[in-house]
Design a binder for this molecule. Structure first.
Ligand SMILES: *[C@@H]1O[C@H](CO)[C@@H](O)[C@H](O)[C@H]1NC(C)=O
Ligand SMILES: *[C@@H]1O[C@H](CO)[C@@H](O)[C@H](O)[C@H]1NC(C)=O
Ligand SMILES: *[C@@H]1O[C@H](CO)[C@@H](O)[C@H](O)[C@H]1NC(C)=O
Ligand SMILES: *[C@@H]1O[C@H](CO)[C@@H](O)[C@H](O)[C@H]1NC(C)=O
Ligand SMILES: *[C@@H]1O[C@H](CO)[C@@H](O)[C@H](O)[C@H]1NC(C)=O
Ligand SMILES: *[C@@H]1O[C@H](CO)[C@@H](O)[C@H](O)[C@H]1NC(C)=O
Ligand SMILES: *[C@@H]1O[C@H](CO)[C@@H](O)[C@H](O)[C@H]1NC(C)=O
Ligand SMILES: *[C@@H]1O[C@H](CO)[C@@H](O)[C@H](O)[C@H]1NC(C)=O
Ligand SMILES: *[C@@H]1O[C@H](CO)[C@@H](O)[C@H](O)[C@H]1NC(C)=O
Length: 786
């Protein structure tokens, strides 16, 4: 199966964007801007060992698209930013970042010479051969991203020697052999993803007992045997752990899995009871194995569980009533295709419906085609004789617990010895751990896991706050807000970035994180942002604003030299301005779409004014981003609050130049809700006329031009010809006229004559009542709830 051509390479062949793509880490980017000496690297020539290491790596890789051509000189350029994908500190290579480069060949074992290496990111290539054991001798290695390649052979046990390793993702390769128990010796490992390989043998109890892992994905392998009953702080059978002990764990900050998938292996035996000790678990997937025995009753104590998938196993017995406790938190639940019997807990059935229970012949009363349950429904002494539920394999399980407990206790003692040594580092570990969660890939099924990541990020000492582990140049502070994104400062700073645009406030980049997810990063111009303290307070407030029509702020990063980055959701469909004015020919925008955009924008603005008490100050069609064809999100909300007053008057001038500026601003220089309404009016006019406010006609701006035409009663001339063309899906004349009237009210030269945002919304909804489908209703509901 040949790998799809890497998107970047494809673009490069089209000769498009190499200039725009910054292969270097943001770290370099940030420091080049703020420290002049960095312009020629840090002035340190690469060490001989590292130079030879890189040469060997280049030699063993095949590079059909020529990305490594820049690795050509005698090494002088290597640490000056001239070698693609290489980042150095003090003459030592700290990061190799070459994802999606169409690379083949092998990874040379001499990568072990790069003793300063912290991050090796070569995912999404076609690299084959073994994963070099020499990687295990890199003391600073934190991130190893090898996914989507063709690596074969076993995961080298030496990797467990990487004391600094936080993230190992070698998913989707051709790895075989056993899962090394030594991985548990990497006591900072937060994320382990070996999904989609052919790893066989049993899951080592040590790995299950790891005290650092938050994400463990071993799905789609050939693992066999029982799942070790060794979860949750390594040792105790959790059923015996008193609630005090658990509290203690919570306080001492022991890491516990939030994501566990062992789906699609050939595991058998029971579902381990110790899973119930993973009190932070949000996503548990054991689907597609041969697990037998019954569903442990105590899973009902996993109060954070959002997704539970036990489908396609051989589980028998009843669905424990205790699981009904989880109904409110669970977002997905699946026990289909097992051998379960008895009645389905009513609340689960109500929430998830019959498909989650299908394929269990002995389950009763959950669908039209299943047999009715015998009279007494709930504690079901039902199904007489049929199901000798048995002692749930209890005895063997307890023996197992004792044995494993013994083994693990030994390990625990070893670990606690290490802990003593690490004591001074613990604070550091904790904070890095809390940022180390990985975001799910874009697909919605990943959102639970990703949400987990965010939650994990939120459990640092200060809620929602986490200092990025500082590693020389990558020091700084990353603060996450609620949402599905999770990444470390390292992830963010080393993301591949592409410039999307510049504004008075700074530059916006499209950044691709390690796991392939996209974010928009705005790098604010340092000179015009407020001081640290004020900035953080304002950003914290902005990070709380959530509305379907407002672009959420997901995180901010404060660099050690005062750099400030804001991280937002990436909107692949770009801005309204581009959507309207930079369309391909013959791609008309229908009236219904235009109205949906107008309403969404008004709804966002109404929330901003009424509920968040924020004036936007710079509302333009370029600041209205489109999530899909028609669902708008207003961007740059409250950014003015992060900026100095001087910067803000500049922005007002810029907005004026673009034709969105209310006339009174030239005197007052202070934005208000009314000046926002003016801008909204211009946007609605833009939607009606298809004209860009940047174009003036006979010296008149868009509102003046429209008014003049209306005055001369040639009104129909103002509308976009596209709207007039199509009689069937097009608007009726009243809708157009009423919307035009409303827009003209919004751009009235007198601020007091302009309606409020909520009134604009109300009228728009009257003009064209919700034909946007149920999603629109939901928006209204959530808008009024927030
Ligand atoms: C090395 O490659 C870079 C970029 O491809 C090029 O600008 C430079 O001239 C090359 N240097 C040598 C010595 O070939
Ligand atoms: C760079 O390396 C030199 C010599 O190896 C060392 O003395 C110096 O402290 C290093 N500087 C930094 C910033 O690590
Ligand atoms: C693990 O990798 C697979 C394949 O690359 C991916 O689909 C999955 O989302 C990853 N799991 C986690 C927890 O990130
Ligand atoms: C893990 O580390 C301990 C102590 O450093 C060592 O004794 C043990 O052999 C290691 N485990 C594995 C499986 O390599
Ligand atoms: C569990 O894993 C299976 C196999 O990968 C997948 O089809 C299913 O969607 C997963 N369940 C959940 C709840 O994510
Ligand atoms: C579960 O399966 C294992 C191995 O296939 C078997 O030894 C065991 O008896 C089974 N347990 C139950 C409760 O069916
Ligand atoms: C399901 O249970 C029935 C009776 O309890 C048993 O005969 C059958 O083998 C079981 N099926 C599986 C797949 O375990
Ligand atoms: C969970 O359910 C069990 C059994 O239905 C019940 O005894 C227990 O009190 C519930 N626990 C909580 C915390 O609701
Ligand atoms: C439950 O799992 C089965 C088998 O894995 C799958 O076919 C089905 O679509 C899932 N149902 C739901 C509601 O997720």
């Amino acid at each position: 199966m040949p790998p799809p051509p890497p998107p970047l390479a494809r673009a490069a062949r089209r000769g498009l964007l190499l200039l725009l793509v910054l292969h270097c880490c943001w770290g370099t980017l940030l420091s080049t801007a703020s420290a002049a000496h960095h312009a020629a690297g840090d002035g340190v020539i690469i060490s001989q060992a590292d130079y030879q290491g890189l040469q060997a790596i280049k030699h063993d890789l095949s590079d059909p698209y020529g990305f490594l051509r820049s690795w050509n000189d005698t090494g002088i350029g290597a640490c000056s930013g001239h070698w693609a994908g290489i980042k150095c500190v003090n003459g030592s290579v700290v990061a190799i970042t070459l994802p999606w480069r169409g690379l083949g060949g092998r990874l040379s074992a001499r990568v072990g010479q790069l003793t300063g290496l912290r991050r090796l990111s070569i995912h999404d290539n076609g690299i084959a051969g073994a994963i070099p054991a020499a990687l295990g001798f890199l003391p600073d290695l934190r991130g190893l991203y090898l996914f989507n390649n063709r690596f074969s052979g076993a995961v080298p046990p030496e990797i467990g020697r990487c004391v600094a390793l936080q993230s190992l993702d070698a998913s989707n390769n051709r790895l075989t052999g056993l899962l090394p128990a030594s991985l548990a010796n990497s006591t900072k490992l937060i994320r382990l993803n070996l999904s989609r390989n052919s790893i066989s043998g049993e899951i080592p109890a040590e790995v299950a007992a790891s005290q650092s892992l938050l994400f463990l994905d071993l799905s789609y392998n050939m693992l066999s045997g029982r799942i070790p009953d060794a979860f949750a702080s390594g040792s105790k059978a959790p059923s015996s752990a008193s609630s005090d002990e658990r509290k203690l764990e919570a306080i001492t900050g022991t890491y516990q899995l939030v994501f566990l998938s062992l789906a699609h292996n050939t595991l058998d035996g029971p579902v381990p009871e110790s899973l119930a000790g993973l009190t932070k678990l949000q996503d548990l997937n054991l689907s597609g194995n041969s697990l037998n025995g019954s569903i442990p009753d105590n899973l009902g104590s996993l109060h954070d569980l959002k997704a539970l998938d036990l489908s396609r196993n051989a589980l028998a017995g009843e669905i424990p009533e205790s699981l009904a406790n989880l109904t409110t938190t669970l977002q997905s639940f699946n026990v289909s295709y097992n051998n379960l019997s008895g009645a389905v807990p009513a609340s689960l059935l109500q929430k998830f419906g019959p498909p989650s229970f299908a394929g269990n012949i002995l389950l009763c009363g959950y669908s039209a085609s299943s047999p009715p349950c015998p009279a007494s429904p709930s504690p079901a002494p039902a199904s007489p004789g049929q199901e000798p539920t048995g002692p749930r394999g209890g005895r063997t399980k307890k023996e197992l617990i004792l044995i494993i407990g013994g083994i693990v206790l030994g390990i625990l003692i070893l670990l606690s010895l290490c802990c003593l040594l690490l004591c001074c580092l613990i604070r550091k570990k904790r904070s890095s751990g809390s940022t180390g969660a990985r975001s799910g890939k874009q697909s919605s099924s990943k959102e639970a896991g990703a949400g987990a990541a965010a939650a994990a990020a939120g459990r640092g000492e200060k809620p929602g706050t986490s200092e990025a582990e500082s590693g020389g140049d990558v020091g700084g502070k990353l603060v996450h807000f609620d949402g599905p994104l999770a990444f470390t400062a390292d992830d963010l700073l080393c993301a591949t970035a592409e410039i999307m645009g510049k504004s008075t406030y700074g530059t916006v980049y499209k950044a691709t994180l390690e796991d392939g997810s996209l974010v928009a990063v705005k790098r604010l111009r340092e000179k015009i942002t407020k001081g640290h303290k004020e900035f953080e307070a304002e950003a914290a407030a902005l990070g709380k604003i959530r509305h379907p029509n407002l672009l959420p702020l997901r995180a901010y990063y404060l660099g050690p030299k005062g750099e400030k980055l804001l991280v937002f959701d990436y909107m692949p469909n770009g801005s309204l301005s581009a959507f309207l004015h930079a369309r391909a020919p013959n791609t008309p925008v229908e009236w219904a779409t235009r109205m949906t955009i107008a309403k969404g924008t008004a709804r966002g603005l109404a929330y901003l004014h009424d509920d968040a008490s924020i004036v936007h100050g710079n509302l333009t069609a370029s600041n209205v981003l489109l999530e899909d064809g028609s669902s708008p999100k207003i961007a740059d909300i409250g950014l003015s609050r992060l900026m100095t007053a001087a910067a803000n008057s500049n922005v007002l001038a810029a907005a004026g130049a673009l034709g969105y500026r209310a006339p009174e601003l030239s005197k007052l220089k202070k934005a208000s809700a009314k000046t926002d309404i003016y801008s909204l009016g211009v946007i609605i006019l833009e939607l009606l006329t298809g004209r860009s406010p940047a174009d003036t006609t006979n010296g008149m701006d868009l509102p003046q031009w429209v008014s003049s035409i209306v005055k001369e009663e040639w009104t129909s001339e103002v509308f976009d010809v596209e709207l007039m063309r199509d009689a069937t899906t097009g608007p009726d004349g009243d809708e157009l006229m009423d919307t035009l009237k409303l827009a003209l009210q919004c751009v009235d030269p007198s601020p007091s004559a302009r309606p409020e945002a909520r009134e604009v919304l109300r009228q728009l909804e009257q003009i064209r009542p919700g034909q946007e489908g149920p999603g629109d209703e939901a928006h209204v509901a959530s808008a009024s709830n927030e």
